[in-house]
Design a protein around this ligand. Structure first.
Ligand code: SIN
Ligand code: MN
Length: 207
């Protein structure tokens, strides 16, 4: 389960029933009153996912968290649903990490979805210094996930994240580079009736 100090892959963590319930919530959220959108980031590039932040909004132009979506439509970030918070807490506990999640970035990847190698380092200095984890939940199509080191040029390992898998990186792994090189279309469990992939990354902004 622990693949490196502070980093754990928990394959098939969620039952198919639990996955179905979460997928339903994700679908309702991304097409709800505060819909997911394709962010345009600092350098002007469009991301290759549809994003919706819950609990706190991550602004792709400033790389800062805020209450309302100043980079898009000024709508307030919807609250983090209790069912999401509960599963994230349980995963962190099972990985042996303290965690009180207060925000989630929900991303939808279609067949062409991907995410370049990056660090998650926009949470508070105290949260990062404490090594509070990022907890990731994958639903739907399998992703080829890249997990590197603390410097961009360090070697990168690739592993498949399948539907229902959890992945946690905290402690000494909190600032490791990571990304998604591709999605494997049509690989989602048929029971989910989902084309594409949802990924939820939970974080705790502050202590
Ligand atoms: C992310 O790094 O924010 C997303 C990772 C993933 O989709 O598995
Ligand atoms: Mn990330």
């Amino acid at each position: 389960m622990e693949i490196a100090p502070g980093a754990s892959h928990l394959p098939r963590y969620l039952s198919i029933e639990h996955q179905r319930a979460l997928v339903e919530q994700c679908r309702a959220l991304i097409d709800g009153p505060v819909p997911a959108y394709v962010p345009v980031v600092r350098g002007g590039g469009r991301m290759h996912v549809r994003m919706l932040c819950l609990g706190r909004h991550w602004n792709g132009k400033t790389y800062a968290y805020e209450a309302t979506r100043a980079d898009y439509d000024n709508l307030p970030a919807p609250p983090l649903p209790d069912a999401f918070r509960t599963v994230a807490r349980a995963i962190a506990r099972d990985a042996g990490m303290p965690f009180e999640p207060d925000l989630c970035i929900l991303n939808f990847y279609d067949a062409d979805g991907r995410m370049g190698l990056h660090q998650d380092k926009d949470e508070s200095t105290r949260s990062l210094a404490a090594g509070l984890p990022v907890v990731s939940v994958s639903l739907g199509d399998t992703a080829r996930f890249l997990f590197g080191g603390l410097k961009r040029r360090e070697p990168v390992e690739s592993r498949l994240l399948e539907s229902g898998d959890a992945f946690v990186f905290g402690g000494p792994a909190r600032l490791r580079f990571h990304g998604v090189s591709r999605i494997i279309p049509g690989s989602a469990p048929p029971e989910l009736e989902l084309t594409g992939r949802f990924n939820l990354t939970f974080r705790q902004y502050d202590l």
